[in-house]
Write a protein that binds this ligand. Structure first.
Ligand SMILES: *Cc1c(COP(=O)(O)O)cnc(C)c1O
Length: 372
């Protein structure tokens, strides 16, 4: 693709940080891991951080550490990345899919409350596309009903809710560092928690369930190899050093798209931003107006592709995936998720995108909408 959907922002300092690790004998469980965990702790303002191999393994370890298992229910959005539901299934618990607020595309707290049963143990609240969820209401419900809150901030590093970084509101929070995220380690993830008990549990599970850090052959649990290498951690430290710069750049790209598409009434631009939140721009997603059909969205996708411009169709609802539809007794009623998911188009969004490219994407998109 001439204009890709995403692209990592790797500079010379990142390369040097990675090369420096390769000149040492420490390639796993060394000083870079500690440094990366400390940098995340400082940046998000959390007392415990455990870095792991991916955002998915971070979510899985949260489910395991909270003791969620066979037949338990966990409330999750269906308009989300599939890992959110998979992490629940790894422990044979059941994801209960709940509909979203069409404005923010995040879980609708009212519907969360309605979905709670005697078997509900937790809510996985996702800050979709970097837009913070309504944490006041989610936390109020979880406290009153005695539920864990797992905050999936994998798309939202640096986003804020009432002046505090997301990821730190729940019992546990997760981050991910795949190359399309705001900052990357190649592959990687992290768990943040203010509970030192949960932190030591996930630290042990990350490394084969060792009884104590450094005790390689004494195992208190059946754990995993969810470790992250020193190479990935060095890249993470280097990326996190300029996270503010990266997030500002992304904000300015979003503003440019906003103005380039301001008069394209065929599209709805990303949510109106309310004062209590600060968005961390993960992707820039527009939605086709309701007069268009799904086939129109797919036609635009193909036409843009033919012009060398990559678009994304985030997200295909999880409850409609073959991997899940067989599992669900009766189809959940998720009208907003199904309606919105058919209309989304993620636009090319990466730090190095040039103004002319933003204009080219916006102009082509507008023309194609008007040709329908
Ligand atoms: C990216 C992402 C994850 C984790 O992704 P990995 O590829 O496993 O690092 C989890 N949840 C959400 C919402 C994500 O966007």
């Amino acid at each position: 693709m001439r204009i890709p959907l995403s692209s990592p922002d790797i500079n010379e300092q990142d390369i040097e940080a990675v090369a420096a690790v390769l000149r040492t004998p420490h390639l796993s469980m060394g000083p870079e891991l500690l440094g990366f965990e400390n940098s995340i702790a400082q940046y998000v303002g959390s007392s415990n951080v455990v870095a792991v191999s991916s955002g998915t393994s971070a979510l899985h370890l949260c489910i395991r550490a909270l003791g969620i298992s066979d037949g338990d229910e966990v409330i999750v959005p269906s308009f989300a990345f599939i890992a959110v539901a998979n992490a629940v299934r790894y422990e044979r618990a059941n994801p209960v899919f709940v509909d979203i607020d069409p404005k923010t595309l995040n879980l609708d707290p009212e519907r969360v409350e309605a979905a709670i049963t005697d078997r509900t143990k937790a809510i996985i609240v996702v800050h979709t596309f970097g837009v913070p969820a309504d944490m006041d209401r989610i936390l109020e419900i979880s406290k009153r009903r005695g539920l864990w809150v797992i905050e999936d901030a994998c798309e939202a590093i640096g986003a804020e809710y009432r002046g505090r970084k997301v990821g730190t509101f729940g019992d546990v929070g997760t981050f991910a560092f795949y190359p399309n995220k705001q900052i990357t380690t190649g592959e990687g993830g992290a768990i943040v928690t203010n509970s030192s008990e949960i932190a030591s549990k996930v630290r042990s599970l990350r490394n084969q369930g060792v009884a104590a850090p450094g005790s390689w052959l004494a195992h208190s649990d059946i754990g995993y190899n969810y470790r992250i290498s020193e190479i990935n951690c060095a890249l993470g430290i280097s990326q996190l050093n300029r996270v503010n710069e990266i997030l500002e750049r992304r904000e300015s790209i979003a503003r440019r798209y906003d103005s380039a598409l301001a008069s394209t009434s065929e599209l709805r631009r990303p949510a109106l931003i309310v004062p209590e939140i600060k968005v961390s721009w993960f992707v820039y997603v527009v939605r086709l107006d309701r007069r268009f059909a799904v086939t129109d969205r797919d036609w635009i996708f193909d036409e843009m592709k033919a012009r060398g411009i990559a678009l994304g169709r985030y997200f295909a609802p999880i409850h409609l995936q073959p991997a899940y539809s067989a599992l669900l007794k009766g189809k959940p009623m998720l009208a907003v998720t199904e309606f919105e998911a058919r209309r989304t188009l993620a636009l090319p969004f990466f730090n190095q995108i040039r103004d002319e490219q933003i204009c080219e994407v916006s102009e082509n998109l507008t023309k194609l909408c008007r040709a329908l």
